[in-house]
Design a protein around this ligand. Structure first.
Ligand code: URA
Length: 241
């Protein structure tokens, strides 16, 4: 059950150590150089040594267990971009602790710079694929506030699919739940570029505020303020099959 949560897969020794301990690559190099790392009781200095699942990696006679994948949910604030690096805007990755940032992070289901809400961050590429791959049709729910009142006809229109400019196919059936005149939940099972904004634009309306509160079975934790994050529970991780 936990096998796929282990990050280990013929991983380089320096990467193994950095991910398992949170040490920087430079600090890890120093340990290797000083012959402080053993693999199966033999000193290994080669940073490129490929660790396999049966290897026992130790420092000071203490076994260093295989690094585990990270799974986080984050409440993205406005003004942040969903990337690890950006020349003009602060990034979602920058909101994370440096120890977590040392990992190779993937952001699942990117949001526009002005959109807030649920973003999933992981080191597990396979798990990420299950969220982002169109084959899995993972539902994503958005709370939308619009400039003009949302017409009741929009429910049927979105359920049947709309033709967006530059797209070959109609949008997949989407569920629109009108909460108030200008506020609705929209649930999509695909993620075209600026999809929510473009769908409302196709009805002559404009999105004023956009917030994602659910991806699949994972709901944004209401205890998380904007910019905060927490580790996903086992149940949340396993809900993405
Ligand atoms: N649709 C949009 O238009 N923007 C987002 O950030 C997400 C979905």
């Amino acid at each position: 059950m936990l096998i796929y949560r282990t990050e280990l897969n013929n991983m380089r020794l320096d990467k193994y150590l950095a991910h398992a301990t949170g040490l920087s690559r430079k600090e890890v190099k120093r340990l290797l150089y000083r012959k402080e790392i053993t693999v199966n009781s033999t000193v290994i200095k080669d940073a490129a040594y490929k660790v396999v699942s049966t290897d026992e990696v130790s420092f000071n006679q203490q076994i260093i267990g295989a690094p585990q994948h990270r799974y986080l949910m984050l409440n993205k604030p406005q003004g942040y971009v969903c990337s690890n690096d950006d020349p003009t805007h602060p990034t979602v990755a920058g909101l994370l602790d440096t120890e977590i940032r040392a990992n190779e992070l993937h952001i699942a289901g990117r949001l526009d710079v002005d959109t807030t809400g649920l973003v999933l961050v992981t080191t597990d590429g396979q798990w990420l694929h299950k969220i982002t791959s169109p084959n899995h049709k993972r539902a994503k729910r958005y709370l939308v506030e619009t400039v003009d009142p949302i017409s009741v006809d929009t429910i049927k229109l979105f359920a049947e699919g709309v033709q967006l400019k530059g797209e070959k196919h109609l949008t997949k059936p989407a569920i629109l739940e009108i909460i108030e005149t200008h506020i609705a939940y929209l649930t999509l099972t695909e993620g075209k570029y600026h999809q929510v904004k473009r769908m409302f634009a196709s009805t002559g309306n404009k999105v004023l505020e956009l917030h994602r509160d659910r991806i699949g079975e994972i709901s944004l934790d209401e205890n998380l303020a904007l910019g905060e994050y927490r580790v996903l529970t086992e149940a949340e991780i396993s809900s993405i099959q």
